[in-house]
Design a protein around this ligand. Structure first.
Ligand code: DAH
Length: 342
């Protein structure tokens, strides 16, 4: 039949198509709106009714054949292209990979862990205490009466009375003693945030303190000095020396500030320390009223306590002039503490 000649030619063309683009132009040529098949189907209208049916049947068969041939050829070509690409592309296994970005422990976290670690090794138990504290625990129980200057509005963050954001970790002493219920010996330490209305190069309103407390029979200044020296040497190095300087804290009697030999010049005297000594912590023998508030009898037992600022320890350890960068989350700064081995 005449209809078959063009259809046979079309099938040959499709099988020979060299590219997907050639397939597409053959589709337009034979099956498109202006294509041969459309013209043939239109021609059906001019045929007598009996021939129209038979011719229509043939044309539908041809159309299905052409569509199947196109689909087949397209698939062949696509597969071929894929194989060519696989053959042509090379993966260079010797190129260096993309390195993952490792985070580092924040310097304050590193110092905290170090401080917690030495306290645990010295036989202390670590405990936490509330940051939102009552005035009684934060001040009164620590022998700081209502007219004490540290209780001024400009020093302390008052929440709804009687609550304050604790201005130091010392209220933990009262909580630990009351919880211990008179048990001896008591060796506890805490680490946590404290709050004061300070904000300059070396002070931020939220900072951290670490504090230790020992209560037992016969505790005296030598016990305090031995423990503090052990802690300072563990953190700053075995060559450190300390000295106790008489001072005043309402919750200790006697009270001492502890200086350590400057870690930068090892006590020789430099621009930072001037004298060879650097003040690091507050300490003393627990005041009898504080022991009483904690439920202990000051005629029977005694104790010592000490407390210091974690950021200050970090500043001395790393030789930082300012405290604020520790809390400004600049990774270029924080990465500098990458190699610390804790
Ligand atoms: N609580 C004091 C402060 O924040 C530090 C301190 C001094 C803690 C003497 C103590 C201590 O335990 O005995 O400045």
């Amino acid at each position: 039949m005449e209809a078959d000649d063009w259809a046979r030619a079309a099938l040959r063309d499709i099988e020979a198509a060299a590219t997907l683009a050639a397939c597409e132009s053959l589709r337009v040529q034979y099956l498109g709106k202006q294509g041969r098949m459309t013209a043939e189907l239109r021609g059906l209208a001019r045929l007598p009714a009996d021939e129209r049916r038979a011719r229509g049947f043939v044309l539908n068969g041809v159309k299905a054949q052409l569509e199947a041939a196109l689909a087949h050829r397209r698939e062949e070509l696509a597969r071929g292209e894929h194989e060519r690409r696989l053959a042509a592309e090379r993966l260079d296994m010797t190129l260096p990979g993309v390195e993952p970005q490792w985070g580092t422990l924040h310097p304050i976290t590193q110092v905290r862990r170090r401080l917690a670690d030495v306290m645990l090794r010295l036989g202390f138990t670590l405990r936490s205490a509330p940051e939102v504290e009552t005035e009684w625990y934060n001040f009164d129980a620590l022998n700081m009466p209502a007219d004490h200057p540290a209780r001024e509005m400009h020093d302390t963050f008052y929440v709804d009375p009687p609550y304050v954001l604790r201005t130091h970790t010392s209220p933990f002493q009262i909580r630990a003693m009351r919880e211990a219920g008179g048990e001896l010996p008591l060796r506890v330490a805490t680490l946590g945030f404290t709050y004061r209305r300070d904000d300059d190069a070396t002070h931020v309103p939220q900072f951290m303190q670490m504090e230790g407390l020992v209560v037992d029979r016969g505790i005296g200044l030598p016990d305090l000095k031995g423990v503090v020296l052990a802690v300072v040497r563990d953190v700053f190095g075995p060559a450190e020396r300390i000295r106790l300087r008489p001072s005043f804290f309402p919750f200790t009697e006697p009270s001492a500030e502890v200086d350590m030999s400057c870690p930068l010049c090892l006590g020789a005297g430099c621009r930072v320390c001037h004298t060879g000594w650097i003040e690091v912590l507050g300490s003393g023998l627990v005041h009898p009223r504080v022991l009483e508030a904690g439920g202990y009898d000051p005629n029977d037992v005694s104790g010592f306590a000490f407390g210091w600022g974690v950021e200050r320890v970090a500043m001395l350890l790393y030789g930082l002039k300012e405290l604020r960068p520790l809390y400004q989350s600049d990774v270029r700064f924080l990465r500098a503490f990458d190699s610390w081995d804790v």
